[in-house]
Design a protein around this ligand. Structure first.
Ligand code: PRT
Ligand code: MG
Length: 216
């Protein structure tokens, strides 16, 4: 009997980009995860199942062993601060950058070198606090769950910390990037106990995926 592997994925960008990669590794879900209301999906391989959850929940599922493997953005991993998982492979998918942004009119007379205290809206509270604490800059952080770009427009904050890919969203809201925090991509993560207990099937899948990522 081969041990079964459960892979946690989130709908949206990650799913759109990971499905072709899994397909190249010979793994096809039995139904379309984007359309299905099922939360656990069978694949063509009897020993591989996909669990569909919210992006921010992927590290939790993997840490507790509710999934053996997971695919999560580096942003989500950095924010979750958990230590119960291994970051195995940079899948180089869903790439973007985590940035500090502010209104154009503020940027015109702003100098990041002079920052001492900032009022920032973000969903990345931990990353933001750590990033600025390391530079000795104090932060008043306002936690939001989305649409961070709105905050400076309505006076909720002066600046935001958010993901940027094309830059269209910032531009449409008259915001500009002022500081780079991290380059972001989706990573394959694994539960630590699964790495021991299911070592063979797990590492063979990971090396198959690594080869495909290498091929680009
Ligand atoms: O939707 P839900 O609340 O369940 O979760 P989620 O919003 O975290 O999921 P999703 O699917 O939106 O994002 C999943 C992952 O995709 C993130 O954790 C990132 O690792 C990655 N990713 C890559 C992005 C982007 N690019 C991205 N551009 N996630 C979000 N964005 C947003 C960004 O927040 C901003 O609002 O897109 C907007 C900017 O895009 P541009 O192209 O206008 O610059
Ligand atoms: Mg979203």
């Amino acid at each position: 009997m081969t041990a079964s592997l459960n892979i946690a994925l989130s709908k949206g960008r990650i799913l759109d980009e990971i499905l072709p990669l899994l397909g190249r590794a010979g793994i096809e879900p039995r139904e379309d995860p984007a359309a299905s209301r099922k939360l656990i999906l069978d694949t063509n391989l009897p020993d591989i199942k996909l669990t569909i959850i919210r992006a921010a929940d992927v590290p939790t599922y993997v840490q507790y062993g509710a999934a053996d493997l997971g695919v999560a953005g580096k942003d989500v991993l950095m924010e979750s601060e958990g230590d119960g998982l291994y970051e195995l492979l940079d899948l180089k998918l869903a790439r973007c950058r985590l940035m500090v942004a502010e209104p154009e009119r503020l940027a015109a007379r702003d100098d990041p070198k002079s920052w001492t205290r900032l009022r920032i809206a973000t969903k990345y509270v931990n990353i933001t606090r750590r990033h600025f604490a390391a530079k000795g800059i104090q932060t008043d952080i306002i936690k939001l769950y989305g649409s961070m770009e709105l905050a400076p427009l309505v006076g909720l904050s002066d600046r935001i910390v958010d993901l940027v890919s094309t830059g269209q969203t910032l531009k449409a809201n008259k915001l500009v990037e002022v500081e780079h925090i991290a380059d972001i991509s989706a990573w394959l993560v694994a539960n630590k106990a699964s790495m021991k207990m299911k070592h063979k099937p797990l590492t063979s899948l990971v090396s198959r995926l690594a080869e495909i990522v290498e091929q680009g």
